[in-house]
Design a protein around this ligand. Sequence first.
Ligand SMILES: [Mg+2]
Length: 215
Amino acid sequence: MTDAIELDVSHVRLQDRPLVVCDVDDVVLQFIAPFEAFLESQGHQFLPRSFRLHGNIVSRSSGIALEDAEVTRLIGAFFEAQDQWQTPFELVTLTLEALSKEADIIFLTAMPPRFVDQRRRLLDRLGLTFPLLATEQPKGPVVQALHGDRSLPVAFVDDMARNLHSVRDHVSGCLLLHLMPDSAVHRLAPAAEAGIQRAEDWRHAAALISVHITR
Ligand SMILES: [Mg+2]
């Protein structure tokens, strides 16, 4: 399947070696835990009643769910100030640094693109200097555009089943790893379909990626 994509990836120059494409929120940087802390600081509370933010954030004083537009505004305010809130998962910096000796690493984040400068600064400060693409388009066509028809190994890591399914449907032979934090809301996440491997943590993900890219 080939879909036209609006995101220009032509500035990303891949070397002649394996590719690892990696989501950012709740894979590289903590999202849900610091977002909950941010909401508390604003007088709100996240109630993980389903796998979504909209409809599940309530005012601490009234208990009433915030309007969708206010939730969207709060998500933007959080991303605007992300460097004060978001921290990396354990081992992620060391693991990606080690993997980058064997493979190109690309960050593909579904964050609204207007916050890409803030994210770039935060990742750079953490030593995570790999190329960053921000788009709210489906991820499969983006990974397809990056990898093209190269016969080199490719791996994709994400916490959202729908992103893993999108990449599976566009990039044949891609190692698909489902990596997510053990949070109350992630326990409500839709399951990934057959053929997608669960990685328990970055140590486990690195072992699975190493096997895939060195065979
Ligand atoms: Mg994510």
